[in-house]
Design a protein around this ligand. Structure first.
Ligand code: AMP
Ligand code: ZN
Length: 451
């Protein structure tokens, strides 16, 4: 057994991690709702759970871990975005998912074992609702299906609230279809042009909480090790996931460890789309490399709030630049690297960074072992993933050509081709290539990526 300790929201303590089966570790993390390009607050959740995944990989081996991160591609927010932008839902979800993947790559997040999409699991969701209705944990009312909170005895266990407290705290109920204001939706009817699937309760779509219960069970089983997400998901989302899964499977618990990252804030206020105080990862990438952003996001302990500002980014940039002085392309084997153990104490990144600074000073004094140890310790948290040259190149690119410029060039090329000016079209493509941007034509669309 290893000695990884991790803060567990379920027990409200720092617990020793004991996997159900060390050869089959399961981690489920709530992924993005693909209605708008992810902001750096979403990025924090991505990077924190990527770090935890990396730690588990070190301890147990990648082949023994299933890391599932879902994509919510059916949701009220997506429908709303499609109406506002007058764009098809499919176009929005595809573009945002692509952007999300590009961002995770830049932030050097490892690819999860499976990345299931909600829309690919609708039939499984319908089956689960049927089962919940049969077991009296759910009821149907005018094409809506609700989860019956009063039937689930453990409701509030994760968020440490009892039902009475929650009833008092719940907002004045607008829907007359619910028996209890806390009952939550499992299936809702669709309006004319909304995405919809046939079901025994009419055409409609699933409620958001349901997908995670269904997909975690499908890929990890009825009970698994770790469930993660941002702190905002603890209640009601995770509480509702537990209610659905545990009542359906007569289980006492869904996952043994519930881990929540703290908020990324701006001027001390949670970064969120609804407040409008966001900065997308793509926008920050125009000014700083993914490694700088990653370093900044890991600079505070994952449970603590982290305030996002230019100062933090500049500091991280300077640190990274300094650390790169000792960058070694060769990955030398290090005996007894003690640095890693710092992360075993609840992913203590601030202490880990302090140790990196210390190793850096020792290594600059010429200690070869320390230099190797330093390089290994940097790679372990997902930095030093690019050599100096690529990093420099990217820095120059972002200074010269930003996304707006690239999109303008792509549009100019499309127009040139339309008017038969292929010479100009080729020139635009070649000029972009010289700046490290590759463009590709696929199915009447032009996409771009870094060389
Ligand atoms: P969403 O796309 O809104 O469902 O969020 C994706 C993930 O990002 C979830 O785990 C959220 O809890 C997390 N998240 C959203 N906003 C923030 C924030 N400001 N700070 C940290 N995590 C966040
Ligand atoms: Zn979820």
């Amino acid at each position: 057994m290893t000695n990884l300790r991790i803060s567990n929201s379920l027990t409200r303590s720092k617990d020793l991690f004991k996997p159900i089966n060390p050869k089959k570790i399961g981690m489920y993390v709530c992924g993005p709702t693909v209605y708008a390009n992810p902001h750096v607050g979403n990025g924090r959740s991505l990077v924190v759970f990527d770090l935890l995944f990396r730690v588990l990989v070190q301890l147990y081996g990648r082949e023994n871990i299933s890391y599932i991160r879902n994509i919510t591609d059916v949701d009220d927010k997506i429908i709303e975005a499609s109406k506002q932008k007058n764009t098809s839902i499919e176009k929005i979800t595809t573009e945002v998912t692509n952007n999300f993947h590009q961002n995770t790559k830049e932030l050097n997040c490892l690819v999860p074992t499976v990345e299931p999409k909600a829309t690919e699991h609708i039939e499984d969701m319908i089956q689960m609702i049927k089962s919940l209705i049969e077991k009296k944990f759910a009821y149907v009312n005018e094409g809506h299906v609700y989860f019956r909170i009063s039937e689930f005895k453990n409701y509030g266990k994760l968020s440490n609230k009892n039902l009475e407290e929650l009833q008092v705290g719940s907002r004045v109920e607008i829907s007359k279809l619910k028996k209890n204001p806390l009952d939550f939706i499992l299936w809702k009817p669709a309006l004319n042009d909304e995405p919809a699937w046939d079901s025994p309760w009419g055409r409609g779509r699933p409620g958001w909480h349901l997908e995670c219960s269904v997909m975690s069970e499908k890929y990890l089983g009825k009970k698994f090790d770790i469930h993660g997400g941002g702190l905002d998901l603890l209640f009601p989302h995770h509480e509702n996931e537990i209610a659905q899964s545990c009542s359906n499977n007569s289980n006492s618990i869904l996952a043994n460890y519930w881990i929540h990252n703290g908020f990324l804030t701006m001027k001390k206020e949670k970064m969120s789309k609804s407040l409008g105080n966001i900065e997308t990862i793509t926008d920050v990438l125009k000014r700083y490399s993914g490694q700088v952003i990653r370093l900044a996001l890991l600079s505070a302990h994952y449970k603590q709030p982290l305030d996002w500002n230019e100062n933090l980014l500049e500091q991280s940039k300077n640190t990274l630049q300094k650390w790169y002085e000792l960058y070694d392309e060769k990955q030398n084997k290090v005996e007894n690297n003690h640095t890693f153990s710092i992360l075993l104490d609840d992913l203590n990144t601030p202490k880990y960074f302090a140790k990196l600074h210390e190793l850096f000073s020792l290594a600059t004094k010429g200690d070869k072992n320390k230099k190797n140890e330093f390089n290994e310790a940097c790679r372990l948290i997902g930095i030093f993933n690019e050599n100096k040259e690529t990093l420099e190149k990217k820095k120059n690119i972002s200074a010269k050509v930003n996304e707006k410029f690239i999109l303008e060039q792509i549009e100019a090329r499309i127009q040139a081709r339309k008017s038969g000016n292929y010479k100009l079209a080729d020139k635009i493509r070649n000029d972009l290539l010289k700046n490290g941007i590759i463009i590709e034509d696929k199915l009447n669309k032009t996409k771009w990526k870094y060389k």
